[in-house]
Design a protein around this ligand. Structure first.
Ligand code: N7H
Length: 477
């Protein structure tokens, strides 16, 4: 039977996070690292602790809300209660380096080869156009990365203090067993944009519920076997070794987003395709909603095809309760991001449910400046640090990116190709530009050129997030 005390907290529960640090490292001295890991293990947050902390924060926030005077005009200032969670995960090269066993392979070919090997098939840009493929990644991700420590919490202050504790636990007499490759910091957007990614859409709505873990199931929410996320559990179709039990594969991607360019495209394409609606929302808003499959408020276009419905967007009893009507893209294009990623109604639930992932990403980078708005040109890098957990990359992240997002034939190829996922669909060779159909609700069979990609991966890695018993009793010594 699964014990939540054995699983790292970000996997099944998700840290509560305003800020998250990703500390990528190489292991310099494996023996010293494995000895020091004993000091680090008590800092790692298991899922049961993460559940308790989240409940505590909810309670404190409710108390705070009741304590302030809520007369007319009173603004309840958001409060941060200190909370911090730490998890650790290792890449395939990291597991090799640790040598806790002769051949530490997960038998997940995509994981064992690492993300760099997968980059071309994922459709990442080529840094040498016309010549041998080399992913156009940040230098940090072109190096070997052995592991990552994830530190998520209420503030930059709390998380950076915790990072100092983590580093101290991995050094003896000021000699560290690891070398920093890079530390990346993500943070939730400010004010009313909190919870929205940088294009402006509410994120974190649709997540699968896990059998035997999540008690509450929301309307429309899929329920998946534990083994879709955890290795060695029911529904895991792989062939992993015993030490992998209750671990999960973490896919990390740095995904910068070209926000002003995306907005310019929406405005111009809505105009040139005569996309407009009489009441309220403008053509750019509806075009954007059709590309994502949800309005900025989170309301699904399947249920609100003509205008945003903010009440629907924030109502968790209704905002995920829908299925697409197969054969029709009148209310939502086949290629819309959420339809590509979860084609409920288009495919059988059994096929989809093995391919659902737990998404645990966080935005990074500053808000769009007025100059960027005026010039329609990105000057400051911003986007998403994408994190997903799955037991198997040939079903999870890697599959979704290659076989669904980048596949013009998915979910339908007749009588028209669906086209690329306009948000994340990638193509190594960017000309001719990507296309999709269904963007214009009044003329769903006409193709739309998507021009440049607005999301271009700058790197990442696959990591294995072991169970606490494996960290403590197998890897640490
Ligand atoms: Fe996506 N976006 O803002 O447009 N995503 N995503 N994603 N995504 C979702 O339901 C976005 C990315 C999935 O069950 C929403 O929580 C952006 C990758 C899946 O209905 C929005 C980026 C992959 C779902 C976005 C990005 C996925 C999902 C709706 C990159 C996997 C759930 C909010 C910068 C390969 C689908 C929600 C379902 C939802 C956006 C990346 C997958 C708004 C901007 C790389 C499975």
């Amino acid at each position: 039977e699964l014990s939540l005390a054995n699983v790292q907290g970000d996997i099944l529960v998700g840290f509560s996070k305003k800020v998250e640090l990703f500390y990528f490292f190489q292991i310099d001295n494996a023996d010293a690292f494995r000895a020091q890991l004993t000091n680090l293990v008590p800092l790692i947050s298991p899922a049961d602790k993460t559940i308790g902390e989240k409940a505590e924060i909810r309670k404190k926030k409710e108390e705070h809300r009741q304590n302030v005077d809520v007369g007319y005009g009173t603004v309840i200032k958001p409060v941060h209660f200190p909370v911090v969670g730490v998890n650790i995960a290792f890449s395939a090269t990291g597991l090799q380096k640790l040598q806790f066993i002769d051949n530490p392979k997960l038998n997940d070919v995509i994981f064992d080869n690492g993300m760099k090997q997968d980059a071309k098939e994922l459709g990442d840009n080529n840094a040498n156009p016309g010549a041998d493929f080399k992913p156009d990644w940040d230098p940090a991700f072109l190096q070997d990365i052995h592991g990552v420590v994830l530190i998520a919490g209420d503030s930059f202050d709390t998380t950076s203090k915790k990072l100092a504790d983590v580093k101290a636990s991995l050094s003896t007499n000021s000699v560290s067993s690891i070398i920093e490759v890079a530390t990346l910091a993500g943070d939730v957007r400010p004010g009313e944009n909190s919870g929205h990614e940088h294009f402006g859409y509410l994120d974190g709505i649709s997540q699968p519920a896990i059998d035997g873990v999540d008690e509450k199931i929301l309307p429309g929410q899929a329920k998946i076997n534990q083994g879709v996320v955890l290795l060695g559990r029911k529904g895991d179709t792989g062939n992993s070794p015993p030490w992998a039990l209750d671990g999960s594969i973490l896919a990390f991607r740095k995904l910068p987003q070209k926000v002003p360019e995306f907005e310019k495209f929406l405005l111009e394409s809505a105009k040139s395709s005569n996309i407009d609606i009489p009441d309220g929302a403008n053509g750019a808003d509806i075009l954007g909603a059709r590309l994502v499959g949800r309005w900025k408020s989170g309301a699904p276009v399947r249920l609100a095809p003509l205008a945003d419905d903010p009440e629907l967007g924030k109502d968790e009893q209704r905002n995920n309760k829908f299925k697409f009507s197969s054969n029709s893209q009148r209310s939502c294009p086949f290629a819309a991001h959420v339809r590509k990623m979860n084609p409920r109604g288009d495919l059988d639930a059994e096929i989809i449910n093995e391919r659902l992932i737990l998404r645990r990403g966080i935005p990074f980078g500053p808000e769009v400046t007025s100059e960027e708005k005026i010039t329609n040109k990105t000057q400051n890098e911003r986007g998403l640090y994408f994190v997903s957990y799955q037991s198997n990359l040939a079903n999870g992240f890697s599959f979704l990116q290659k076989s669904w997002a980048n596949n013009e034939k998915f979910p339908v190829e007749k009588p028209f190709l669906s086209g690329f996922d306009p948000i994340i669909g990638q193509k190594v060779d960017q000309s001719p530009p990507r296309e999709m159909i269904g963007a214009n609700g009044d003329n769903v069979s006409s193709p739309m050129k998507l021009e440049a990609q607005w999301v271009n991966s700058k790197g990442g890695e696959y990591f294995f997030s072991p169970s606490i018993p494996t960290l403590k009793n197998v890897i640490a010594k």
